[in-house]
Design a protein around this ligand. Structure first.
Ligand SMILES: [Zn+2]
Length: 254
């Protein structure tokens, strides 16, 4: 399996240039795998994603146009830029952002005080905010917008090539891709599925594999007014089951 995980990371950062570069790398990888499949007729490849990240939209100024030319001169990801900025002495940061980051790293010729101060303010707050502020400068010029710094709910592409993959044309649930692979590889997943579902799996900070949140249901919570003990218990329980997403904290890595 080959994972193009940095596409997701750039989506989280709302960093359009890093996003594009990692997509291009993914295309190049797909081309290499595809030529392998063409030479080895008993093989197949499937390309898909478990979700979209960032809620990317193009042509956001009501003109139905976007401007990829603004992505081309970008030299560094906002992740790298913000890491570098973090190492610059506080009294040198304005100069660094104004004379290096925006003109050289982002290739933006028109450096504005507003952009400089938005990056500086964001960097003071957190590296996450810094990355979003840097990405926004390029996104705005390119007429790209993002609806989230997390994962979105849009359907994702499913691409397949090679022997037997014509079965995968159309719209599928992600579990059906797994079923296709099971049948394709002629493996018996039932014993391992049974073993896994009888076993408690440990994933740090992600506990819903242990006990689904059924002790107090949403209906129980809704029967009571907000602020009731039942509602508070329900939400505390959700917090404990979804610590990464429900609280809005963001510390996952894929
Ligand atoms: Zn992610």
């Amino acid at each position: 399996m080959i994972e193009g995980a940095r596409i997701d990371h750039a989506g989280h950062d709302n960093d359009p240039a890093a996003h594009l570069h990692d997509i291009i790398q993914y295309w190049e990888t797909v081309a290499a795998v595809r030529s392998f499949v063409d030479k080895n007729r008993d093989t197949a490849m499937i390309g898909t994603s478990d979700h979209e990240t960032g809620g990317l939209a193009l042509g956001t100024e009501h003109d139905y146009l976007w401007y990829p030319k603004y992505l081309k001169p970008v030299k560094k990801s906002s992740e790298v830029i913000c890491r570098e900025l973090g190492k610059v002495a506080a009294n040198e940061r304005d100069n660094f952002v104004r004379n290096t980051v925006i003109p050289s790293y982002l290739g933006v010729s028109n450096v504005t005080d507003a952009d400089v101060s938005s990056v500086l303010r964001a960097a003071e707050s957190s590296s996450t905010k810094c990355k979003l502020a840097v990405g926004l400068i390029v996104s705005r010029l390119a007429h790209i917008s993002w609806s989230t710094d997390g994962h979105s709910a849009v359907d994702v592409g499913l691409y397949a090539h090679g022997r037997g993959t014509e079965k995968l044309r159309g719209s599928y649930e992600n579990t059906q891709v797994g079923e296709f692979l099971r049948d394709y590889l002629q493996v018996d997943l039932a014993p391992v599925t049974k073993r896994l579902s009888n076993q408690l799996t440990e994933q740090p900070g992600f506990k819903w594999a242990h006990e689904p949140p059924s002790i107090i249901t949403r209906r129980d919570a809704d029967k009571h007014s907000t602020g009731s003990a039942a509602a508070a218990a329900y939400h505390a329980q959700l917090d404990s089951y979804h610590p990464l997403h429900y609280k809005g904290g963001h510390s996952h890595s894929h």
